[in-house]
Design a protein around this ligand. Structure first.
Ligand SMILES: Cc1ncc(COP(=O)(O)O)c(C=O)c1O
Length: 373
C-alpha cells in the first residue's frame, strides 16, 4: 500500500460536505413540517425533475425497480406479455418486468457501446411483445432512433431504463423523454442520489402518469377506494426534499464526471485496455467508467491490494442466473454480453473524486501492466 489513503468507489460523505448543510437543512425542514409521505415536497420534486427531463409529468415512487414495474403496469403491460431488454443490465430491470407480471426476453448488445443492438431487436419480437426496455447503461444513451423505429413499426411501447443516466442526452433530448416513459432510480450512488431508496417515472403521456399515480397507491385515485391494481410504492417527503436540494447541482456534477472520464482516458490511452467508446450525438452522463481487459480479475486484485476499490457491472448476465434462465437460452445465446461480462471493470468515478486520485488509479494500472510484461 502506498502512502496515500484508500480510494473508494463512491464517497457519500464528501458530497454531503460539499453541499454545506443543504441535506441536513432539507431533512429538518420536512421534520418540522409535520408531513412525511406524498405531500408538497414530493409534488415539488416531481414537477422539477420531470421538467428537467423535458417531460410533463413525474410520478415519485420508492425505487428505480418500482418505477419500471409501475410504468409497465401503467402502459397496460402485464400477465402473458413479453418485454424485451438486455442481459447485461442490473438484475433490477428483469426483476421489475417479472413483478409487473410479464416475462423478460433478452436481446444481445453492441460490442463497442455495450448497449442494446437495434439490429437484433426485430428478431426478438413476438405477438406477445408489449414493451421494449432499452437501458442507458453506465450513463450512455442507447441507440434510441433505431429502437424507436423498430418499436413504432410494430406498435410496441418503449420504456427507457434511465437509472444510470440522469441528465444524459440523445440527439439533444434528455433520456426519459424519448420513449413513452422513463424510469429513474435515486439510489444513493446514482448521478442524482437520495439518502435511501427513491425512484420516479417521467412521461409526456398524461394518462399514463395518472395510471402510474394510481398504481403506486393501491389503485387509488381517492383515498381508500381501489379502482384498479396497485402496490405501495410511495416516495418519502424527506427523500424528495433532499433530491430537490441536489437537482440544481446535477449538470455540474455530470460535467465533472465527464472531465474525470477524459482524464482517465488521456492517462490510459497507451495502456492495453479497451476504454469507453466515443459516440455521436450523445451526451454521456458517465455514471460509471468501464474499461475492458482479458486480465480483469488480476487487475482488480492488484488495485484492491493498493486500496483502490473497483466493481463489475455486472458479473453474471441475467439469462445465466437461475431465477431468469429459460429453456434454450443457456451459455452462448447472447455471446457479446457474455464476452463483455468476463472483461469489464468499473473504476472509481464520482464528482468529488480528485484529479490526483484519478492519476493515482492510473499509475497503479500502469504499474500492473508493466509487471505483466
Ligand atoms: C440499470 C438499472 N436499472 C434499474 C435499477 C434499479 O434501481 P433501484 O436500485 O433504485 O431499485 C438500477 C439500480 O440499481 C440500475 O442500475
Amino acid at each position: 500500500m502506498s502512502g496515500r489513503n484508500s480510494i473508494h468507489f463512491f464517497d457519500y460523505l464528501r458530497q454531503r460536505e460539499s453541499l454545506g448543510g443543504r441535506i441536513d437543512g432539507a431533512i429538518a425542514r420536512v421534520l418540522g413540517s409535520g408531513h412525511l409521505i406524498l405531500d408538497r415536497e414530493v409534488e415539488r420534486f416531481e414537477g422539477e425533475f420531470a421538467a428537467y427531463c423535458g417531460c410533463g409529468s413525474g410520478v415519485g415512487v420508492n425505487s428505480g425497480t418500482d418505477a419500471i414495474q409501475v410504468a409497465l403496469g401503467a402502459a397496460g403491460v402485464g400477465r402473458g406479455d413479453e418485454v424485451v431488454t438486455v442481459p447485461n443490465t442490473s438484475v433490477a430491470t428483469a426483476s421489475a418486468i417479472r413483478s409487473a407480471g410479464a416475462t423478460p426476453v433478452f436481446t444481445d448488445v453492441l460490442e463497442d457501446s455495450m448497449l442494446m443492438d437495434p439490429s437484433l431487436l426485430a428478431g426478438k419480437l413476438t405477438p406477445q411483445t408489449k414493451a421494449i426496455i432499452p437501458v442507458h447503461l453506465y450513463g450512455r444513451p442507447a441507440e434510441m432512433d433505431a429502437i424507436m423505429a423498430v418499436a413504432a413499426e410494430r406498435g410496441i411501447t418503449v420504456i427507457e431504463d434511465c437509472a444510470q443516466a440522469h441528465g444524459a442526452e440523445y440527439r439533444g433530448r434528455k433520456v426519459g423523454s424519448i420513449g413513452r416513459a422513463g424510469c429513474f432510480s435515486f439510489y444513493p450512488t446514482k448521478n442524482l442520489g437520495a439518502c435511501g431508496d427513491a425512484g420516479m417515472v417521467v412521461t409526456n403521456d398524461g394518462a399514463l402518469a395518472a395510471r402510474a399515480r394510481m398504481i403506486r397507491t393501491y389503485g387509488w385515485r381517492r383515498k381508500d377506494f381501489s379502482e384498479g391494481p396497485g402496490i405501495n410504492s410511495r416516495l418519502d417527503e424527506i427523500q424528495a426534499a433532499i433530491l430537490s436540494e441536489k437537482l440544481p447541482f446535477l449538470d455540474g456534477w455530470n460535467g465533472r464526471r465527464r472531465e474525470l472520464a477524459e482524464r482517465y482516458a488521456r492517462n490510459l490511452s497507451d495502456q492495453p485496455l479497451v476504454l469507453p467508446a466515443a459516440g455521436e450525438g450523445i451526451r454521456h452522463a458517465f455514471h460509471l467508467f468501464v474499461v475492458r481487459t482479458p486480465v480483469r480479475d488480476a487487475l482488480a486484485a492488484h488495485l484492491a491490494g493498493r486500496g483502490i476499490t473497483t466493481l463489475i457491472h455486472y458479473p453474471v448476465p441475467i439469462h445465466l442466473q437461475p431465477a431468469f434462465a429459460r429453456p434454450g437460452e443457456g451459455a452462448g445465446s447472447h455471446p457479446v454480453a457474455e464476452k463483455i461480462q468476463q472483461d469489464i471493470l468499473s473504476l472509481p468515478l464520482y464528482p468529488e473524486l480528485t484529479g490526483d486520485e484519478v492519476d493515482a488509479v492510473c499509475s497503479e494500472i500502469r504499474e500492473f501492466f508493466r509487471s505483466q510484461r
